[in-house]
Write a protein that binds this ligand. Structure first.
Ligand code: NZQ
Ligand code: ZN
Length: 385
């Protein structure tokens, strides 16, 4: 196992009816900015619950944070923050809203000239407004990690700081009942790939991390399809298990002390940036192909994945690996997400553009060993056609 530091101070409030805890979590004398997205919280009752919980607080609203939040939108929040002396942010929404709140929080306290430097120059965040989160879409883990992805001019760039990790997060599975099938699928698949990025590398004998990861993968494989099936769609236990899996997938626990890959994400970001493919769908397209292309480098872990996650015990190593990849694709299909580029209308003519974008963004040494060159990314994209 590798050395690691691990601290996750986000206070999780899990379960139905927990939105009311924000009354106590946010100091009464705080000046709160509630940030949210395109309005789903107004139609599913979440906004009302938040309003009720903040009845005695002084609070303001900032809405319109879009999926894949943009710098331009997020910077607009700075005016109200200054005008109203905001000193606390409450993010109410999915990963985009929580990620957006993180950039707003860091930009509000940034002492340099241009807050964009936090992202483009990876300037350290020295101060940020405190953030609380009410999560409405289980997927990213953003509600209890320090990561954020911001888009500017079609380019998605991540930044990270412990100072933007939410102080608390409310996870009420019942608020996920209003999600569309597309967003349910996206969430399950994003969480699944987060686990894979931290698990499917090379072994460092991190038994705890591996077993946690395998348990989470199996939970998503079992519960994900139930959230789409008419008979079990509204089952709150299904939603609860998906929600907690997605948080655990990227709250730092399973990734501590093990190598991490993230190549699927970095290649996927270009599909989103160039062609507007939903984040999770970019991953379900890239991952199967990446598994094929990197099967030698990932052999040991692919075999472990085959045996422990998919119970494949027959055949030689190559047969087992093929079978594990096939079952992964089948699971993605069951979750109704695309599994190749042609599913979203991207053709061989687009590969040059995608590789050029990877090059422009410095993504020429990806993967757990930094050995996925641009040529290998091209191979992964070509195999994904
Ligand atoms: O904007 P509203 O109206 O709220 O609608 C949203 C949005 O259209 C809707 N939605 C959310 N909760 C809902 C709901 N609709 C009905 N009922 C509810 N309960 O869902 C749509 C998508 O929301 P979004 O927040 O964009 O989805 P997601 O949570 O998948 O977040 C994706 C973003 O997170 C980033 C991605 O790159 C992308 O920008 N990521 C963040 C990570 C992190 N912070 O650690 C890691 C991830 O790998 C990822 O990169
Ligand atoms: Zn992701």
């Amino acid at each position: 196992m590798l050395n690691f530091n691990f601290q996750n101070p986000t206070h999780i409030h899990f379960g139905e009816g927990q939105i009311s805890v924000i009354t106590k979590e946010i100091p009464l004398n705080a000046r709160v900015l509630v940030v949210y997205g395109g309005g789903s919280i107004k139609t599913n009752g979440v906004f009302q619950q938040v309003s009720d919980a903040l009845a005695k607080h002084t609070w303001f609203e900032f809405s319109g944070i879009e999926p894949n939040p943009t710098y331009n939108t997020l910077m607009k929040a700075q005016d109200i923050i200054k005008a109203e002396n905001i000193d606390y942010l409450l993010a109410v929404g999915g990963g985009s809203v929580v990620d957006g709140a993180k950039f707003i929080a860091a930009a509000a306290e940034y002492e340099g000239e241009d807050p964009w430097d936090i992202i483009v120059k990876q300037q350290p965040v020295n101060k940020a407004l405190p953030i609380g989160a009410v999560l409405t879409l289980p997927a990213t883990g953003s509600e209890s990690n320090g990561n954020s992805v911001v888009t500017r001019d079609g380019t998605k760039i991540p930044f990270s700081s412990p100072l933007v990790r939410p102080l608390f997060a409310v996870l009420d599975p019942s608020v996920t009942l209003s999600l569309s099938d597309r967003q349910i699928s996206n969430g399950v698949v994003d969480a699944f790939v987060h686990i894979i990025e931290q698990y499917l590398t090379y072994s460092v004998n991190g038994k705890v991390q591996d077993r946690f990861s395998e348990g989470l993968l199996q939970t998503l494989i079992e519960e994900g399809p139930k959230a789409l099936a008419p008979a079990t769609k509204d089952d709150l236990e299904v939603r609860a298990n998906i929600m907690w899996s997605a948080t655990m997938a990227l709250n730092g626990l399973i990734g501590a002390g093990v190598p991490q890959d993230w190549a699927t994400h970095m290649i996927g970001h270009e599909l989103t940036g160039a062609f507007g493919v939903d984040h999770a769908r970019s991953l379900s397209i890239v991952l199967p192909s990446l598994m094929q292309v990197r099967r030698e480098q990932k052999r040991e872990k692919l075999l472990q994945y085959a045996e422990r996650v998919w119970h494949i015990n027959e055949g030689d190593d190559n047969v087992r690996i093929d079978q594990a990849i096939k079952l992964t694709v089948e699971f993605f299909k069951q979750m109704q997400v695309p599994t190749c580029l042609s599913d979203v209308g991207i053709t061989d003519k687009d590969i040059d553009l995608l590789v050029a974008r990877l090059e422009k963004h410095g993504m020429n040494a990806l993967g757990e060993k930094g050995d996925i060159t641009l040529d290998i990314s091209r191979e992964i994209l070509t195999k994904a056609l």
